[in-house]
Design a binder for this molecule. Structure first.
Ligand code: NAD
Length: 482
């Protein structure tokens, strides 16, 4: 079985078969480092989503009654296959998305790890026994939702595919995945590997297409029982409203504008490196990017000078050559980020480093830092989703906590300090689904992830994701004497 019908043409994966879209149309994906067409992909629409949902519905009864340990074995085989094909998948991800090859390799490993982690959890999903009076016995069962729709963004395509699909399948759900139109290729390849690993036909379907077509058809489908949406706030709201028409279970993993606090007692060099990674990893196209740097006035000048030096060393180039930073994913994202460079110039003047685009093909924007930012400016409040950092100065702990929370998002928050009490006061005070202390992006597949405020609701990752993909049934029996 192969995902490709020739070198550059990809089909939809429905019911274990690679098939063209019902209307035969295809769309092009672009290599963002060169602006060349990379592949032609079948363009899924309503009819294709209907076929995928039908296939998933038919496959559900068998998959949910497959012994959990057997589901775990199959998902473990899939993890192994992903690792076996790591080099090829990573190269494809880099060409499709633009990210550095080393980063794509890490994302592919993360995807494998999600399948491995949830394979291990498959036979540990159980309910509880609830004590009532002697006349009753009561227990709960965690049951799968049924057909789940997984809507995936372009910034971490393979990673988030694993994050959403692995817990869904492990808990006995079936899935229809709608990858982002910019980056659909690795989802199809992992779908192929799933079939080879023994995931039965119809259990995992992959239907690339545009958001307003395939995505909207999936979120509106009356036979879909759960939607996992990862993407922007406006689209998330639309998807949730649509899903609500059918009272479909939905959870939303949305954007962020996350604060990264640095105090004078922080390990200086570690905080510099952590701050650089927080905003320039994946060219800033990370929901959990540390896009607001809150730095104490006593160290502001020295810290920012050193950060600028380090930023000038960040190498930029085609991801395939393994630079520190690659291009943005698409022309649309390039235009959005360059508009924010203008907004930043209007609000605070010239950036202290970066601020330009590379004079060559590809969607390359320099790593950029604006200093002297007020927290009420647009570049401090709006998610830019590019390599653009806003630096805000503060004078004491209370003020820093207030600035940290003064934003409509609440995805992640980080603090650099050697003061344990302050770190935990921050963890208690901050509105964020996860808190990093002394290292940005600390945590792994095992740690729950999700948003407060407009960053969403529901949790992915860790054992918390099991709750997102299952529903509770309570069974109460009268056992008193007749
Ligand atoms: P997006 O909202 O534009 O698209 C996300 C997905 O939704 C894509 O597959 C898209 O095709 C689909 N879509 C678009 N319109 C739709 C519609 N009307 N109905 C159904 N589906 C539709 O987001 P994006 O630009 O691809 O991704 C970037 C955003 O994702 C950022 O805001 C980022 O912070 C967020 N994100 C969040 C997390 C998280 O875990 N919280 C992780 C990664 C990215």
């Amino acid at each position: 079985m192969t995902a490709k019908t020739d070198l550059e043409t990809y089909d939809l994966l429905i019911d274990g078969e690679f098939v063209n879209a019902a209307d035969g149309e295809r769309f092009e994906t672009v290599n963002p480092a060169t602006e060349d067409t990379l592949a032609k992909v079948a363009r899924g629409r309503q009819e294709d989503i209907d076929a995928a949902v039908d296939a998933a519905t038919d496959a559900f009864a068998e998959w949910r009654s497959t012994a959990p340990q057997e589901r775990g074995r199959i998902l473990n085989r899939l993890a192994a296959k992903i690792r076996d094909e790591k080099d090829r998948l990573a190269e494809l991800e880099t060409l499709d998305n633009g990210k550095p090859l080393w980063h794509a390799e890490a994302d592919v490993e993360t995807c494998a790890r999600y399948f491995e982690y949830y394979a291990g959890a498959a036979d540990k999903v159980h309910g509880k026994s609830i004590p009532l009076t002697d006349e009753y016995t009561d227990y709960t069962i965690r049951e799968p939702l049924g057909v789940t729709g997984q809507i995936i963004p372009w910034n971490l395509p393979t990673n988030i595919f694993g994050r959403s699909v692995a817990p869904a399948l492990a808990t006995g759900n079936v899935a229809v995945v709608k990858p982002a139109e910019q980056t659909p290729l690795t989802a199809l390849e992992v779908g192929r590997l799933a079939s080879e690993a023994g995931v039965p036909d119809g259990v995992l379907n992959v239907v690339p297409g545009f958001g307003g077509e395939a995505g909207a058809a999936l979120s509106a489908h009356p036979d879909v029982d759960g939607i996992s949406f990862t993407g922007s706030v406006p689209t998330g709201i639309e998807v949730a409203q649509t899903a609500l028409e059918n009272v479909t279970n939905v959870h939303l993993e949305l954007g962020g504008k996350s604060p990264n606090l640095v105090f004078p007692d922080a390990d200086f060099e570690k905080a510099i490196e952590s701050t650089k990674t927080s905003i320039f990893a994946n060219a800033g196209q990370v929901c959990s990017a540390g896009s607001r740097l809150l730095v104490h006035e006593d160290i502001h000048d020295e810290f920012v000078d050193r950060l600028v030096e380090r930023t000038k060393e960040v190498s930029i180039g085609a991801g395939i050559d393994g630079p520190e930073m690659g291009p943005l994913v698409s022309e649309e994202q390039f235009e959005k980020v360059t508009k924010y460079l203008e907004v930043g110039r209007e609000e605070v003047g010239e950036p202290i480093v970066g601020g330009d685009v590379l004079d060559q093909d590809g969607y390359f924007v320099e790593p950029t830092i604006f200093d002297g930012v007020d927290n009420d400016m647009r570049i401090a409040q709006e998610e830019i989703f590019g390599p653009v950092l806003s630096v805000i100065e503060f004078s004491d702990e209370q003020e820093s906590f207030e600035i940290a929370n003064d934003v409509e998002y609440g995805l992640v928050a980080g603090i650099h300090t050697e003061n344990v009490g302050r770190a935990h006061r921050f963890a208690r005070e901050v509105d964020a689904g996860q808190v990093y202390v002394n290292e940005w992006f600390a945590g792994g597949e095992e740690t729950p992830f999700g948003g407060f405020k407009k960053s969403g609701f529901g949790r992915e990752k860790g054992l918390d994701a099991i709750d997102s993909y299952t529903q509770t049934k309570n069974v109460c029996t009268y056992i008193g004497q007749d």
